[in-house]
Design a protein around this ligand. Structure first.
Ligand code: 4AD
Ligand code: MG
Length: 481
């Protein structure tokens, strides 16, 4: 770096300036370079670029040639009121230094629309687009709002383990953690792999949920939440599933299923409000982006409402609350069901498929819906049995355009019923002995849920694919970067 007398200012700070005709130093990446004269520079501190005006006379030709798309540069110059329209101020460049070249010959990407799929393969480029920098600023802000919400409401952040011996969901969708060589694992006499000799002295895997440990914490500290990475080896190649995602799991002693629904609704609305209140520039850009994308679509394929309008609608209205049995009745009586337009049939014992959830939320109620009291056969072993002995105190919160964003339940606190359920569902009671102990020593009613962080980011940013709201997506067949 050439010796310079002034310190660097972040572009967000420069753009807030009320006074002009002072010297500034900014550093950032070239978002556009027009007419060999106007550079749009962005340093990530804000959605907005600062315009740099290059005065030919003062600048070395050789340097000018290196100011390619996405080159990293330092610019020193006078901050002046802009003559042009579109910006209040600009920097009249006096000195430009190339910090990182970006030769257009080696780097053929032009400032034009690229497909989301293409961008996923170019990590450095992707993060510097308007769309992704907006998405990742909002992702950060939602994470901050999660901690703020729980801290302000007296919850404790609990770090639950990433490596665990248990399968919290009992669904067997786990990634194994081992130090054994794949082809050379020690075997027992019966030929099975001898995990007693493995690093932890037992078979271990990456966690699918921190809930079971959070329950222990809740029955000591009262109100806790987890917020950590979660891993699922389910082979779901959809726009809603990741193999590595983040989940927020509040767990509260003495809450029942209704308290749990209230918390889920209040928390969801808080997150959305936080972004509406603090990130309107980024939201406005994303809203316009969707409108542009949908311009050439048929009316029925377009979203019913714009992004910001949708977010405001969700925070201003109560979520609908129905039982699973009521949902089934509504679906069976619906036009598309009667006309055979759904792929799957439903009855009192069946799970709702994505197509049913979306009909309920988008066509019927036209707002988020909380479905509760699911049939016991399709839900996890830890959910509390209802008095009918057929349904459990489970709840799913379904969002427009996404489907399930939250899944939770009141927990089974009665040891004998829990044991019977585990036996019925073939859950390893031995491995979960510590979990059952909680029912023996000062157990109490309690409830909680898991909010899929990326699904909430997907909803708030209006992006179409969950892979585009996580910096480095992991999905079946893909663990690049
Ligand atoms: O419904 P799930 O499986 O619930 C649990 O794991 C409970 N232990 C939570 C609890 O009660 N503490 O997952 C919770 C949420 C889902 O509603 C969904 O939003 C998200 O996690 N989720 C996924 N998100 C992205 N990719 C996947 N493969 C996901 N699987 C679940
Ligand atoms: Mg679920």
């Amino acid at each position: 770096m050439e010796s310079t007398t002034i310190r660097r200012t972040e572009i967000a700070e420069v753009l807030k300036s009320e006074t002009f005709d002072k010297k500034v130093l900014v550093k950032g990446w070239v978002r556009a370079f027009r007419a060999n004269r106007f550079i749009a520079l962005n340093d990530g501190s804000t959605f907005n670029n600062i315009q740099i005006v290059v005065d030919f006379e003062n600048l070395d030709e050789a340097i000018l040639k290196k100011i390619g798309f996405h080159a990293c540069i330092a610019v020193e110059g006078q901050l002046v009121e802009s003559q042009g329209s579109g910006q209040k101020m600009e920097i009249a460049a006096e000195k430009i230094e190339i910090l990182g070249e970006s030769n257009p010959d080696d780097y053929p990407l032009q400032p034009k629309k690229q497909t989301m799929e293409f961008l996923r393969e170019k990590a450095h480029f992707r993060m510097r687009t308007n769309t992704f920098s907006a998405v990742f600023r909002i992702r950060h802000a939602i994470a901050y709002a999660v901690h703020k919400y729980y801290n302000d409401n007296g919850y404790y952040y609990m770090h639950t383990p990433i490596i665990t011996g248990s399968d919290a969901e009992g669904a067997g969708e786990m990634f194994r953690v081992t130090t054994f060589e794949p082809n050379n694992a020690p075997k027992r006499e019966d030929g099975a792999v001898d995990f007693k000799q493995d690093f932890f002295g037992k078979a271990t895997n990456l966690t699918v949920s921190g809930q079971l440990q959070a329950e222990i914490a809740a029955l000591a500290l009262g109100k806790v939440y987890t917020f950590g990475p979660t891993f699922r080896a389910e082979n779901s190649n959809t726009s809603r599933h990741l193999a590595e995602f983040w989940m927020i799991e509040p767990e509260v002693a003495f809450n029942d299923i209704f308290d749990n629904m209230d918390l889920a609704e209040d928390f969801s609305k808080y997150l959305i409000n936080y972004i509406l209140d603090n990130y309107i520039d980024d939201l406005t850009f994303l809203d316009k982006r969707i409108q542009d994308l949908e311009k050439n679509m048929k009316k029925e394929d377009r979203r019913a409402m714009g992004l910001i309008e949708t977010l405001r609608f969700v925070v201003d209205n109560d979520f609908e609350r129905i039982t699973h049995a009521e949902a089934i009745q509504l679906i069976k009586r619906s036009k598309p069901y009667k006309k055979g337009r759904f792929e799957f049939e439903v009855d009192e014992k069946s799970d709702l498929q994505a197509e049913h959830e979306r009909w309920l939320v988008e066509k019927h109620f036209k707002k988020p819906v909380i479905v509760r009291d699911y049939p016991k056969g399709i839900k996890a072993f830890y959910m509390r049995m209802n008095d009918d002995n057929e349904t459990v105190a489970a709840m799913d919160v379904l969002f427009p355009g996404i489907g399930e964003v939250i899944g939770g339940s009141q927990r089974e606190e009665r040891l004998n019923i829990l044991e019977a359920r585990m036996a019925e569902m073939d859950v390893d009671a031995h491995e979960l002995d510590w979990y059952m102990q909680l029912r023996r020593f000062g157990g109490c009613p309690h409830a909680g849920f898991g909010l899929g962080f990326e699904r909430m980011v997907l909803f708030i940013t209006g992006m179409n694919n969950i892979r585009d709201v996580i910096p480095f997506p992991r999905t079946p067949g893909n663990a690049e970067f």
